[in-house]
Design a protein around this ligand. Structure first.
Ligand code: PLP
Length: 361
């Protein structure tokens, strides 16, 4: 099978080779050192301010979305949530569950956030802003410089879910004024699913310490304290952290995060260019799109997006990424993250052309 989903994605050989090894005992200075290195490299790839720290949480990306909502906000806050798809909607649900007062910016799915959306929130005493970097369900990349400026101007704490966007799209906590950002192991880092990471600046560290959430597993001050000696409060996915270390060092040695952004851009452009003559419409305009994923709608009204996913899986041995909920019948996605070659993109494009020849597209 070839995997064009947005996670878990295809892993590099280096990552897979490590996956067959025994899992070492981890309460050791050697493992602490590896963790310190992971923290340093993640901070550098997010372009985080000097005082920044990382929370290593065992749990998928959603665990760090929830952990962030719990550790950075309280019912005394008043936050803005951008809901432009399933992941934005998840942030809304988290605010509801944890009783964080919120205002929702509900976008037409596939459309970008603009200055106009933000105008009515200017100078209104909001304290938090929750948004994705890339809304993975629609492929939209939000304008983080615009959001960062708005938050700086209004003294608002900015929490960014960059689970899918990190590595595919540019992110700089310093430049964009991001206080805390998260990513997950099974997206562009191309590791097994199991862990998610929160990069926190000084303000985020201060905030979670002041709030000191009443929760055992999600208590970030406890993670920070243990992290000072390169450890976590509880047993982490040790194998994933070893694979993370190898991957981060390899990125560093091969042109850094800028190079990764470039490769992702190249791959996304290569794919989008190849499908120009096919009966698909881009769900989000190219200028608003992330390099992580391309969301597509078949233009033939007789073609069902979910059926197409099944057909390509069963008859061509390729996973594209189906959509859930309201978009399931109309939209499917092709991921550009993980270990995907141009040759594999060609194979997928050939499958589409073959379907067209068979009058199935
Ligand atoms: C994948 C993803 C998540 C996390 O999903 P999990 O299934 O919990 O790993 C969160 N946010 C975005 C934007 C994502 O793409």
């Amino acid at each position: 099978m070839i995997n064009f989903t947005v996670g878990p994605v295809q892993m590099d050989k280096e990552t897979r080779d490590l996956g067959i090894e025994q899992i070492p005992y981890f309460r050791t200075p050697e493992f602490s050192e590896l963790m310190k290195e992971n923290e340093k490299l993640l901070c550098s790839f997010f372009d985080a301010p000097d005082e920044s720290r990382v929370i290593f949480l065992t749990g998928s990306g959603t665990a760090s979305m929830e952990g962030g909502v719990m550790n950075f906000f309280t019912p005394e806050d008043k936050v803005i949530v951008v809901n432009g798809g399933s992941f934005g909607h998840r942030l809304v649900e988290l605010c509801q569950i944890h009783e964080i007062p919120y205002a929702e910016i509900k976008l037409d799915y596939g459309k970008p956030l603009t200055e106009d959306h933000l105008k009515e929130f200017e100078g209104k005493g909001y304290t938090g802003f929750l948004v994705q970097l890339c809304e993975t369900s629609t492929g939209v990349l939000y304008n983080m410089n615009m959001i960062g400026d708005f938050c700086r101007r209004n003294g608002i704490f900015l929490f960014v879910d960059a689970v899918s966007g990190f590595m595919a799209d540019e992110i700089s906590m310093k430049k964009m004024g991001i206080n805390a950002a998260i990513t997950g192991s099974q997206k562009a880092l191309a590791l097994p699913p199991s862990m998610s990471f929160t990069i926190m600046d000084g303000k985020a560290i201060e905030r979670c310490q002041k709030i000191n959430v009443k929760n055992l597993y999600f208590n970030y001050p406890d993670y920070l304290k243990n992290g000072e000696r390169g450890q976590t409060p509880f047993t982490p996915a040790v194998g994933t952290l070893i694979q993370l270390n190898e991957k981060l060092k390899r990125i560093e040695a091969t042109g850094g995060i800028k190079k990764q952004n470039e490769l992702a851009r190249e791959k996304a452009a290569y794919f989008r260019n190849k499908i120009k003559s096919l009966p698909f419409k881009l769900f989000s305009e190219e200028k608003d799109s992330s390099n992580c994923v391309t969301a597509l709608c078949p233009t033939n009204p007789n073609v069902n997006a979910h059926k197409l996913f099944e057909l390509i899986k069963d008859e061509y041995g390729i996973w594209i990424c189906p959509n859930a909920g309201d978009m399931a019948e109309k939209v499917f996605r092709v991921g550009h993250i993980g270990s995907i070659s141009k040759k594999e993109i060609d194979i997928l494009v050939d499958a589409f052309f073959d379907l067209q020849k068979r009058n199935l597209l």
